[in-house]
Design a protein around this ligand. Sequence first.
Ligand code: PEP
Ligand code: MN
Length: 362
Amino acid sequence: MNTKPIELINQKRPVVISGPCSAETEDQVLQTCTQLAETGKVDVLRAGIWKPRTRPNSFEGVGAVGLGWLKKAREQTGLPISVEVANLNHVFECLKHQVDILWIGARTTVNPFSVQEIADALKGTDATVLVKNPINADIELWTGALERLNKAGITKLGMVHRGFAQHGNSIYRNEPKWQLAVEMKRRFSEIPLICDPSHIAGNRELLQGISQQALDMDFDGLMIESHITPDEALSDRAQQVTPQRLEELVDSLVIRRPHIPDEELTNKLSLLRNQIDLIDDDLLKLLGERMKVAEEIGEVKKEKGITILQTNRWEEIIEKASENGALQGLSKKFMIRYLNAIHQESIDHQNEVMNQSELSEE
Ligand code: PEP
Ligand code: MN
């Protein structure tokens, strides 16, 4: 991909983008933004003008009038402004008001038609665009959106990790699934990656922990929603923080560096990493052996004509392994993921033994 660094984003690590979820009134925008600027911790202002809401009858944003308020906030604070765009009209309005950074929201990244419409509208401009991950955990859509913009000639691109919708209970509003963001960082190491802890958390309490985790995973910045009176916000009330709280949050973060020139540290780390590599080799060998035994069981099941899945036996394994896992300090969440992965691989091996070989014998 042909990309260029984004001055506004690359100026500082971590870059901090903050501002209300939604622009609501001129006063609310100006007060929030000037208070944010006074903290000295914020590099870019943000606000939603058009709000893609899950249900109608929720507050859907003030529309283009809010862009005038943001321009005023930029004049008063000297900070650049960023706004979410979801269609061609939004792009034109933002270009008209010289919005410094555009971002594509999670509900738009899922739709290649919308992303293409935005990319086409931006052709020939020098726009800076941040692309949020899609709502669902499909990073090909995230990748595709970056590619569409880049093909339209947009080179100043960034990625925003805001978590993924999930079913069932979770402490998060959107599950972080960090490994997906890390995979995007691997694919596009030249593109800055920013974490949006507000939409991952869905509440104020978890913001600090998620922000610290993002920095520890070498993210380039944070986008955090803020509001002068969060409890009265017209959208995303529970997750917004006051400018003062934002300042405390940013101050509380420990900034660690990915590398430091320290021979002693390098040696220490490399010894520990060798140890990890050896353990990984052993684990893989054991897993291979386990699959061989599973295949032998498959032979027996085939001979006797019994099913692969034996529910009772599987429950017994889960129970025993979860207890053993806890004794080894392994979380229940990990044990379930681990056991499911092993079980699936065993089933695949047994399926091969019981069915594939039959086909090849014919
Ligand atoms: C937002 O940033 O206010 C927003 C709507 O976020 P997302 O697209 O991540 O849901
Ligand atoms: Mn929001």
